[in-house]
Design a protein around this ligand. Structure first.
Ligand code: SAH
Ligand code: AVI
Length: 307
């Protein structure tokens, strides 16, 4: 049995059945996520794009010339384009993503839009060890870019492990530019994860379809429902699939029972205070050197240097 299947079975064997959010992202999942970013309720993307547009000159100056821009979880590289338009002296752009087809198509588009740029896509699960390619031009520094508040999809220990990997990738004179969603009223957060068009529900359920197609499971997609709610005590959205009846399912010949109303936890989306994120960054070896917020103070982009 391969490691991925072992980990899936382990997660589904816990008292709280759990599947890693990385299984959202096959080609359909990546497309559904792109639709989420365009939803009126999903304030994160508009807020982050506003910050990028307003402060891109300062960000570009901080990145500097001949840097390698390494993006974790690049998806469609939507926000990156704003940076790339202001960084004509980059040594390389290295988008890293688990969603292979989507990453390679996005990288090809970036190449055609920025023909002078050395684009080096890496298909990898960034929670596991992976190698970075050597760009044609040796960069003077590495800047890790991690937009979208994807850091929020990791619990503290895993977020810390990921920040430490980024700290290592940044190297001695490198930096981290990261999108961080902020704690706010549930009245704003809840609709972002329960949109009226049902795209987030489709995104959540697509995880089961992806597992059925590529990992040999037999989930009945009609017997699960999307649920998402902000837990203000924990500062995170809890995203689940709720079983709508007593049923069983299997993955790689391992059988599971799930009761009517029982849930599979598919994702957390942590929201931070500025102090909370600064503490976490410091514990991973970063100092928050600059914070930009949108006018409604919903979201932040933060530039972190190594301590
Ligand atoms: N950065 C983009 C996309 C965010 S969605 C934006 O801000 O809009 C999260 C992205 O991270 C997806 O493209 C997904 O495929 C990727 N991703 C999630 N978990 C991953 C993992 N473990 N390893 C590599 N990529 C991952
Ligand atoms: C990628 N990540 C930051 C998204 C989020 O908001 O936590 C994933 C997502 N899940 C449901 N909607 C969007």
């Amino acid at each position: 049995m391969n490691d991925e299947i072992t980990a899936l079975i382990e997660g589904l064997s816990q008292a709280q059945k759990t599947i890693s959010p990385k299984y959202f992202y096959d080609e359909t999942g990546s497309q559904l996520f792109d639709r989420i970013t365009g939803l009126p309720e999903y304030y994160l993307t508009d807020a982050e794009l506003d910050i990028m547009r307003e402060h891109v000159d300062e960000m570009a100056a901080l990145v500097g010339e001949q840097a390698s821009l390494i993006e974790f979880g690049s998806g469609s590289s939507l926000k990156t384009r704003i940076l790339l338009e202001h960084l004509d002296q980059l040594a390389a752009y290295v988008p890293v993503d688990i969603s292979e087809e989507h990453l390679l198509a996005s990288a090809a588009k970036i190449r055609s839009e920025f023909p002078a740029l050395d684009v080096c896509p890496v298909v990898a699960d960034f929670t596991q060890a992976f190698a970075l390619p050597a760009p044609i031009v040796t960069p003077v520094r590495n800047v890790v870019y991690f937009p979208g508040s994807t850091i929020g999809n990791f619990e503290y220990d895993a977020a810390m492990a990921l920040l430490r990997v980024m700290h290592g990738e940044a190297g001695e004179n490198g930096a981290l530019l990261i999108g961080v969603d902020l704690q706010k009223d549930a009245a704003i957060i809840d609709p972002a994860y329960n949109d009226s068009a049902g795209v987030t529900a489709a995104f959540n359920l697509n995880m089961l379809r992806h597992l059925n197609t590529s990992y040999g499971s037999n989930f009945d997609l009609d017997a699960f429902e999307h649920r998402a709610a902000y837990d203000s005590d924990e500062g995170r959205v809890v995203i689940e699939l709720v079983s709508t009846r007593d049923q069983s399912f299997a993955i790689a010949d391992t059988h599971f029972e799930i009761a009517d109303g029982e849930t599979i936890l598919t994702e957390y989306s942590h929201k931070y205070t500025l102090e909370g994120f600064a503490d976490m960054a410091r514990d991973a070896g970063f100092k928050v050197a600059r914070v930009w917020k949108d006018k409604n103070e919903l979201f932040s982009v933060q530039y972190c240097t190594r301590l």
